[in-house]
Write a protein that binds this ligand. Structure first.
Ligand SMILES: C[S@@+](CC[C@H](N)C(=O)[O-])C[C@H]1O[C@@H](n2cnc3c(N)ncnc32)[C@H](O)[C@@H]1O
Length: 248
């Protein structure tokens, strides 16, 4: 059943970036294709080198075990897939999904996994075939939260889990202002200086704009419940690193 009160778009139309909604996904794909070779460097710098360790800790909180099957939606260059493969081991399986060929090409060089070029809201994989669906820092890029969460539920085995990692705006005004300065100004400039790439700088500016404009956590939790997940909860670390959990 669909709750008509949920705004299924993760953020309003950002006309300054891509014009109208019909152009959004093509614009994002080009943005990530062009920034793909710089993403890992930027990710390491902006998280002070903690990005891989944090993703690993999140996966352990989902009770992921050796031998399990993981679908990493919006896998990008593969930081979540790498952590997942380390845990599930040779008897387990990791599949990464992403619409950006550039990002997938980087991921393929790093991790023994299968990769599929697809959108989170239209997964080209079999129903009831995964123990865990993950999505790291990409919820803002799907066209429709309910469509994406419906797909995650479809591909999970009964009892399977979903975990979505996102950055949330801190409640404290001071922390929010600091985060806005850091992610909105400092990170794009550091990216430009460190990579020499205007495309990578744009990728990080878009990253922050979509984070700032994203629907509030309550909407994301409601959409997960509406898609049929139970035991839905949000955990927050350092007032801004957010994990959304649910069980099919
Ligand atoms: C910021 S990167 C996140 C990469 C990685 N998951 C991580 O943890 O760092 C966002 C990714 O979302 C992907 N993406 C964009 N639109 C998407 C969509 N509609 N469905 C799934 N992934 C999408 C992009 O191609 C990009 O690789």
């Amino acid at each position: 059943m669909t709750d008509s009160t949920i705004d299924a778009k993760p953020h309003p139309t950002l006309a300054d970036w891509y014009g109208e909604d019909a152009a959004r996904q093509g614009y994002i794909n080009r943005l990530f294709d062009k920034g793909s070779t710089h993403y890992d460097w930027v990710n390491a710098v902006m998280s002070f080198g903690s990005g891989y360790r944090y993703r690993d800790e999140v996966l352990h909180r989902t009770k992921l075990q050796p031998g399990m099957r993981v679908l990493d939606v919006a896998c990008g260059t593969g930081p979540v897939a790498v952590a997942a493969k380390r845990i599930v081991g040779p008897s387990g399986r990791v599949v990464g999904v992403d619409p950006s060929r550039g990002m997938l090409n980087v991921a393929r060089q790093k991790v023994d996994a299968n990769f599929v070029e697809a959108l989170g809201e239209a997964l080209a994989v079999r129903s009831e075939s995964f123990d865990l669906v993950t999505m790291g820092y990409a919820l803002r890029h799907v066209s429709d939260l309910l469509a994406a969460f419906g797909e995650y539920r479809r591909v999970l085995k009964p009892g399977g889990r979903v975990v979505i990692m996102e950055i949330a705006l801190p409640e404290s005004r001071l922390r929010r202002r600091f985060l806005g300065w850091y992610m909105g100004r400092a990170v794009p400039l550091i990216t430009r200086w460190g990579t020499g790439s205007r495309d990578a700088e744009q990728m990080m500016r878009y990253y922050w704009d979509t984070t700032e404009q994203c629907v509030p956590p309550a909407t994301i939790l409601a959409a997960l419940r509406d898609a049929g997940f139970r035991e839905v909860r949000r955990d927050v670390q350092w007032s801004m690193l957010c994990e959304y959990h649910g069980v099919r």
